[in-house]
Design a protein around this ligand. Structure first.
Ligand code: S3P
Length: 174
């Protein structure tokens, strides 16, 4: 088996807390945090919503893969977009960089979090709740297969999530 890096990738559905936890976790690890959505928006000079609207989902997926390819080699925490697991090559790149942590939460919590704050282009449909449930069902096994460990964030504060990740990563290394 090829050697895995010292980084951590956070994967999980929209609203699972990846972008909130990423910078906090990176600080505790003394690493940089790379948030793929933020980096794509910066690189392309437009928001994720605009990329979906003007160029389509496939262009966004290409940008995601390209972003992973172009990450600096040193270990970092990567906060990914919820669809990163749709491409096997993305998962392979994350795996090579280190541990893959799946953040999850119960359906109600995830939905509530996705409907506040930043707009989710995939949920701009006539029935967002239905779309949300369909995507959750389609993605469940992909997150599960990619992950080294899964953490339910529903009832944890961000600092508790970070502490749990650090504990469990230690155990993985044993
Ligand atoms: C997506 C999730 C979003 C963003 C894009 C697509 C998805 O990120 O990458 O809207 O396919 O689930 P978050 O998981 O941070 O919401």
């Amino acid at each position: 088996m090829s050697k895995r890096g010292e980084g951590i990738a956070l994967i999980g559905f929209m609203g699972s807390g990846k972008s909130t936890i990423g910078p906090r976790l990176a600080k505790r690890r003394d690493q940089l945090c790379h948030d793929t959505d933020e980096m794509i928006a910066t690189r392309h000079g437009i928001s994720i919503v605009e990329i979906f609207a003007q160029r389509g989902e496939e262009a966004f997926r290409e940008a995601e893969t390209e972003m992973l390819r172009s990450l600096p080699a040193q270990p970092s925490v990567i906060a990914t977009g919820g669809g990163i697991v749709l491409r096997e090559m993305n998962v392979a790149m994350l795996r090579a960089r280190g541990a893959i942590v799946h953040l999850t939460a119960d359906e109600e919590t995830l939905f509530e979090r996705t409907t506040r704050g930043e707009r989710r282009p995939l949920l701009q449909t006539s029935d967002p709740r239905r779309t949300f449930i369909e995507l959750l069902l389609q993605r469940g096994s992909l997150y599960h297969e990619a992950a080294d460990l899964t953490i339910d964030t529903s009832r944890l504060r961000p600092d508790e999530v970070v502490a749990r990740i650090l504990e469990e990563i230690e155990l993985l290394a044993c």
